[in-house]
Design a protein. Sequence first.
Length: 351
Amino acid sequence: AEISKIDSKHLVVVVMLVVVAWELLKRLFVWLGGGATLPLPLLLASPAEFQDLQVPPEPHVEIALHPPQGLHHSNPTEPWPYESENTTGSYMFFHPATGPNTKEGPDGFDYAEYFRGKSRMWEMRVTKQAQKVVVAGIKQAIGGLYHSAGDDPGRTNEEVELPVCVLPLWAYDQFIVTPEGEEPPRLWDENFGTFGHKRYKRVAEYAAEIRELQRNLSVGPTYTFSFWGNSRFLDVLNWMVIGLPIVTPIGFNKFAGRPPVHVVLYSLKKDPRNPRHLRSRKTYYFRGAVWSSQHRPERRYMELLTGQLSKDEEKVEEGTPSKPKSMRRRFNGFVQRNFTDACTGRTRESQ
């Protein structure tokens, strides 16, 4: 169906249901065939490992950007700056307050009051100042939905595609273009929701505006994006998928693998002979590893992600493919473990 005939909320539900159904059928097929599971890192965390972290004591979301820029957290008192070889900017990830230390943002922005009466469970806002390579790349980034469970690295010597679930740029719920020389809106501005272009109840018009953005993208202006559309289904704080008939609630680990989940923005070099989203074809503009403070990776891996630990020092052991088991053991493993690679990878590598 055309975008104009699809309500954005229903689109998200349909996409997620299709992905879940496909992954369940695929894992069932692998189980019946006695196939091995992909390697899974041992990333079990103990709360005692994190008592010294400079983060709010209440439940919150933690983010580690790439290249590493330390440990960021949700509901900040100031937007977090970020910088990559292709873009610079700032961002905020925020949700309803979970205690006194997560209640107030920049200039007294009240996180609890902002979410009052809203169905969204969180929101992310990000500004980007583009370089030439970004302009060229994002002009090719407007595309359709794409999902892949990834390639089994044990079955090929070539570059493998990582597990991935991709949405096009019109999946952002709002965008704002600030001309060069003008000050972009503050990410915490109380009138932020009235600025720029929004998708809500105007999907077809918004898709046309995204296409116009694509055509006019240039170096100089500041681009601001906001995203919350699927937040009502993703309870990141409790690491749960919710709100989908029949299949939820379900622990996010069983749906998307163990933390972290990698949230990225990239463009893809065109190759008509190979539609796969290989890393060698990607140009990244934003890369972040995300997890809940209540469901963390183990400390050593967190230090690697945040830049406190170099790759040369990294010693986290990898799991090995499982061997064929009895029917009973395979059934137990299927129920307990095998629903873990939908949408995001069971590999520690980011998308």
